[in-house]
Design a protein around this ligand. Structure first.
Ligand code: ATP
Length: 308
């Protein structure tokens, strides 16, 4: 989607500490109208802290956080956001329709109730008490609540956890449709394939720093690990010493290896074993690219004094 859409919210040089722990360490981020941004990172990377700052739930120690050009701790800019958090505690005895009506009443120009229900696929749940719904049904209601105020900026924290495949696909389609109308969406997810399906942009946080910010393809290309598979009698221990080889193992007659300089390694394989056959080269999956990236960054920023 259009990366040059209006900037609706931003962080500039933001730092946040909890006691001795530097949770965010100089984060710059722009959220654009019409763009779906996936915020990824291992546990404890700082994703929730980043969202908490944008929602005005936390205050930065340094740097600047803007929401629609204002301080997110003000009430006015918060009226432009919709939020689906993981630990939503909603009154269990209220009926779904009542919950939606109540939430919509806080917003200046809410969506008609039937539209919110249709977008989240909960038209058949409106008369049911929230507390009596299944986990997946509650999640869909939380999604309806997030979008019922017609927000310009939508925060979705692991929105598809607990949803079955049809519900997940419906949510993805709705998110895409909302982005098409110009809504900025921020999504945290641990499902990388979900990020690949949905996001225009993927931002990876590791230990409070953004280590990658770009398209899904750019993330893949950034970690150019590729898998090589061939039938060869070469010893894995020998191949493991070659430059550009990340890991190597044998599976019966097959030699399998991962490389970040695959052309060079394939040339050397062919020279070293004239009988080599069945050569296959594959790009790494997104999961692999992500794991490589977060592992390398964690190692690069590892401070033995912290571990002592
Ligand atoms: P997860 O994927 O596990 O939800 P996250 O990327 O959302 O993680 P944060 O919740 O932002 O990470 O936490 C960043 C770091 O700050 C972690 O090391 C966490 O333990 C710490 N932290 C977060 N909130 C607090 C708090 N209120 N007090 C102390 N430390 C905190």
């Amino acid at each position: 989607m259009d990366a040059s859409g209006e900037v609706l919210a931003s962080l500039r040089g933001v730092r946040k500490r909890y006691g001795a722990l530097q949770a965010l360490d100089g984060v710059d981020l722009d959220l654009h109208a019409g763009q779906v941004l996936a915020l990824l990172g291992p546990n404890g990377a700082g994703k929730t802290t980043t969202i908490g700052l944008l929602l005005g739930l936390l205050r930065a120690d340094a740097g600047q956080v803007r929401l629609f050009g204002q301080d997110p701790q003000q009430v006015a800019p918060r009226r432009g956001i919709g939020v689906m958090l993981q630990d939503a505690a909603l009154p269990p005895t209220l009926k779904v329709g009542e919950l939606l009506r109540l939430t919509a009443s806080y917003y200046p120009a809410p969506r008609p109730l039937a539209d919110s229900a249709a977008l989240a696929g909960i038209g058949d749940l409106l008369g049911r008490p929230y507390g009596k719904l299944s986990g997946g049904q509650q999640r869909r209601v939380q999604f309806a609540i997030a979008l019922c105020g017609r927000p310009r900026l939508l925060f979705l924290d692991e929105p598809t956890v607990g949803l079955d495949m049809p519900a997940r696909q419906r949510l993805w389609a709705t998110v895409r449709a909302l982005a098409g109308e110009g809504v900025a969406v921020v999504l945290t997810t641990h499902y990388l394939e979900e990020a690949a399906q949905l996001a225009d942009r993927v931002c990876v946080l590791v230990r409070g720093r953004i280590v990658s910010d770009g398209s899904v393809d750019a993330l893949r290309a950034r970690v150019e690990t590729r898998r090589v598979r061939c039938r060869s009698a070469l010893e894995p221990a020998t191949v493991a010493t070659w430059p550009g080889v990340r890991e190597v193992h044998r599976d019966g007659a097959w030699l399998q290896l991962a490389s970040d300089q695959v052309e060079m390694v394939v040339r050397r394989l062919l020279e070293a074993d004239p009988a080599l056959a069945g050569l296959e080269v594959q790009a790494a999956g997104l999961d692999e690219a992500f794991c490589d990236l977060t592992r390398d960054q964690a190692v690069a920023s590892f401070d033995p004094r912290e571990a002592a």
